[in-house]
Design a protein around this ligand. Structure first.
Ligand SMILES: CCCCCCCC/C=C\CCCCCCCC(=O)SCCNC(=O)CCNC(=O)[C@H](O)C(C)(C)COP(=O)(O)OP(=O)(O)OC[C@H]1O[C@@H](n2cnc3c(N)ncnc32)[C@H](O)[C@@H]1OP(=O)(O)O
Length: 194
């Protein structure tokens, strides 16, 4: 069973997404947005270490291999971890728009169990933009990039300013991020977006 709620149906005046001119070329890795991110950061030992690559238009592909630390039932991925992989993949799309955004809503269908050791082949695209609202969709396949869909999600991301993080994040991590030149450079790339 699957379906999308009315909250994730773009309004009639929604626009097609526009790829930012400085977005990485198709095939290029997007890299981590934050070293300590559970989804993509290299500094999280039990994180997903999800690696995303730009696709055509406002789309991307990503891979994540389920580790023993990601179990729910014995030998199977935890559903929340799979939802995290979808969330991270969908969130990475906003880098192609050069818009800072956070997840407002994430609707997930779990179609097949995903064993530990499995690589999830993710694909995602932005379908529409309406003001601050970014609508996107993703699938995760197993057995190969053309294998059966094990998980899928539709999402609504909401554009925010950098202040969203500065005002709400724990001060210790915010201060560390602000004194990391790589983090500041990456954040500035978002801020110059018109
Ligand atoms: C130099 C150092 C500084 C550091 C900088 C770091 C840069 C990092 C770069 C990139 C980071 C990306 C990280 C990716 C990680 C993966 C993605 C995640 O997991 S993100 C975490 C989970 N999500 C949250 O924690 C959101 C918590 N929620 C909120 O903060 C607010 O609710 C927020 C921002 C989502 C909306 O609040 P409002 O007050 O700004 O705006 P309102 O008016 O409520 O909503 C705007 C529109 O969106 C709709 N909307 C909002 N939430 C909705 C929902 N749940 N369902 C349907 N519609 C919703 C509303 O109905 C409204 O629509 P209408 O304009 O009236 O048409």
């Amino acid at each position: 069973m699957s379906g999308t709620s009315a909250a994730l149906t773009p309004p009639a005046d929604a626009q097609a997404p526009v790829r930012h001119p400085d977005a990485p070329a198709p095939g290029e890795p997007l890299g981590a947005h934050y070293d300590q991110c559970f989804g993509c950061g290299g500094g999280q030992p039990h994180g997903l270490h999800l690696e995303a690559r730009a696709g055509e238009g406002v789309s991307l592909t990503a891979e994540f291999t389920v580790q023993p630390a990601h179990q729910g039932a014995p030998g199977l991925a935890h559903g929340g971890v799979l939802a995290s992989a979808l969330d991270e993949t969908l969130g990475s799309l906003n880098w192609l728009l050069r818009i800072i955004a956070v997840t407002g809503r994430l609707e997930t269908d779990f179609l097949l169990p995903v064993p530990v050791g499995t690589t999830l082949y993710l694909e995602a695209e932005v379908t529409a933009v309406a003001g601050r609202k970014i609508y996107s969709t993703a699938t995760g396949r197993i057995g190969g990039p053309d294998g059966p869909v094990a998980v899928r999600a539709d999402a609504l991301f909401v554009e925010v300013k950098v202040d969203h993080f500065v005002e709400n994040g724990r001060p210790a991590e915010i201060q560390a991020a602000m004194s990391d030149p790589d983090q500041v450079r990456r954040t500035r790339a978002f801020e110059v977006n018109p």
